[in-house]
Design a protein around this ligand. Structure first.
Ligand SMILES: NC(=O)c1ccc[n+]([C@@H]2O[C@H](COP(=O)([O-])OP(=O)(O)OC[C@H]3O[C@@H](n4cnc5c(N)ncnc54)[C@H](OP(=O)(O)O)[C@@H]3O)[C@@H](O)[C@H]2O)c1
Length: 334
C-alpha cells in the first residue's frame, strides 16, 4: 500500500515580507507508481531566496508558482520503491521535489547520488550553490589571480563558496555580512582576507581602508544600499557579477537608488552582468568535477543550517530574509 504524505501548498501571494500564511499543509494518499516511476522518501529540502520571486506574478526567468500548487524546490531523498530499471530501492537521489514527506516521480527527473559524498552536498557545494559560485566568479566575474574580490551576502551559501574559490585562485577576498558572528566565521572558517559588518560599520570607510587599490570583481548577492556603496570603489575594467538582489526581494515598490551606477560603469569602463546558473548547464559536468576535487581536499567548506521537520519549511525560508541562517539553509525530514 502507498503511504500517505503531508504536502505544503502555496495558498497566498505575499505582499512585502513573506509570512507563514502563504502556506498550508495537508495530508493525502500517494498515487500508485506507473512504469518508470519511483517513490522517494524526502530527507532534506533546500530553501532558496529565488523562491520568493516565484511567489510574485510577473515576468522572471522562472514561472510564478500557481496558487493552490504544492511548493517545490531542490531536495534529496531515498528511493523506497522503483519501477525505473536504472534506479534501485535504497538509492539516494537529488532533483526537484515537493515540500512533502514522500513523492511519486519519474525516475528520469532525478539523479542518483554518488554515495561517497554526503548526500546534502548535492544541495550546496556539489549542487546549485557551488555551481552558482563557480560560474559567477570565474565566467561572469572573470576573476583571476591578484584581483581584489568583494562579495556581498558573503557568509551565506553562495557567498561563502565564492570567497573560498577566489582564495584558491589567488585573489584578495573581502566579505560583507550582517553580524560579527558571520564576519568572524568568514575569517576563521573560510579564510577571507577582510570583512565588513554592514549593520554596524561604515561600509564606504571600511572599503577605502581595506581595498586601497580598489575593487576588480564585485560579486553581488544583495543589491540595494550595499551595492550603491561598493560600486564607488570599482577599478577601471572591473566586473560586477550580479548573482542576486536579496535586499529587494520583499520590496513592495521598486526602489530608486542613487543614479551613479551607469556613469561609473562608463568612466571606469566596467562591466555588470546578470546571470542565472542554469545558463551554464552544458558545462556543469566539468565544474562539478572541479568542485568535488576542491571539496575533497578540504579547500571548500560549507556550514549547514538545518531546521527540523517538514512543517517548519516555511519558517526556514523566512530565515533567509531575516539573515538568521548561517550557511546553507536546509530542512531535515526525520
Ligand atoms: N543567479 C543565480 O543563478 C543564483 C543562484 C543561487 C542563488 N542566487 C542568489 O544568491 C544570493 C544568495 O543566495 P543563498 O542561497 O546563498 O542565500 P544565503 O546567502 O545563504 O542567505 C541569504 C542571506 O542574505 C542576506 N540578506 C537577507 N536580507 C538582506 C538584506 N535586506 N540586505 C542584505 N543582506 C540580506 C542575509 O545575510 P546577512 O546576515 O549577511 O544579511 C542572509 O543570510 C541570493 O540573492 C540568491 O537569489 C542566485
Amino acid at each position: 500500500m502507498e503511504p500517505a504524505t503531508r504536502e505544503i501548498f502555496f495558498v497566498k501571494r505575499p505582499v512585502g515580507m513573506v509570512q507563514e500564511d502563504s502556506f498550508r499543509m495537508e495530508t493525502r494518499k500517494l498515487p500508485t507508481l506507473g512504469a518508470g516511476d519511483i517513490l522517494v522518501r524526502i530527507r532534506y529540502l533546500s530553501v532558496d531566496p529565488y523562491m520568493r520571486g516565484r511567489m510574485n506574478l510577473g515576468r522572471s526567468y522562472a514561472p510564478p508558482f500557481d496558487l493552490g500548487s504544492v511548493m517545490v524546490g531542490g531536495g534529496v531523498g531515498t528511493v523506497e520503491q522503483s519501477r525505473d530499471p536504472n534506479i534501485n530501492a535504497g538509492d539516494w537521489v537529488v532533483g526537484q521535489m515537493p515540500w512533502a514527506d514522500y513523492c511519486v516521480t519519474s525516475g528520469a527527473g532525478v539523479r542518483v547520488l554518488d554515495e561517497s559524498m554526503p548526500p546534502t552536498t548535492a544541495l550546496h557545494v556539489l549542487g546549485m550553490t557551488g555551481l552558482t559560485a563557480y560560474f559567477g566568479l570565474l565566467h561572469v566575474g572573470q576573476a583571476k589571480s591578484g584581483d581584489v574580490v568583494v562579495i556581498s551576502g558573503a557568509a551565506g551559501a553562495v557567498g561563502s563558496q565564492v570567497g573560498q574559490i577566489a582564495k584558491i585562485i589567488g585573489c584578495k577576498v573581502i566579505g560583507i555580512a550582517g553580524s560579527d558572528a558571520k564576519t568572524q566565521l568568514l575569517q576563521d572558517t573560510y579564510g577571507f582576507d577582510g570583512t565588513i559588518n554592514y549593520k554596524t560599520q561604515d561600509l564606504r570607510e571600511q572599503l577605502a581602508e581595506i581595498c586601497p587599490t580598489g575593487v576588480d570583481v564585485y560579486f553581488d548577492n544583495v543589491g540595494g544600499n550595499i551595492t550603491d556603496g561598493v560600486v564607488n570603489y570599482l577599478n577601471d575594467f572591473a566586473r560586477i557579477a550580479i548573482c542576486g538582489q536579496i535586499s529587494l526581494y520583499n520590496s513592495v515598490e521598486p526602489e530608486l537608488g542613487p543614479r551613479t551606477l551607469m556613469p561609473l560603469l562608463l568612466t571606469r569602463r566596467a562591466t555588470a552582468r546578470g546571470f542565472i546558473v542554469g545558463d551554464f548547464a552544458p558545462q556543469f559536468g566539468d565544474a562539478l568535477k572541479q568542485l568535488q576535487q576542491w571539496y575533497q581536499k578540504g579547500q571548500l567548506r560549507m556550514l549547514e543550517d538545518v531546521v527540523e521537520g517538514l512543517q517548519n519549511t516555511p519558517q526556514a525560508l523566512i530565515r533567509l530574509f531575516r539573515g538568521e541562517n548561517v550557511g546553507k539553509q536546509l530542512v531535515r525530514l526525520p
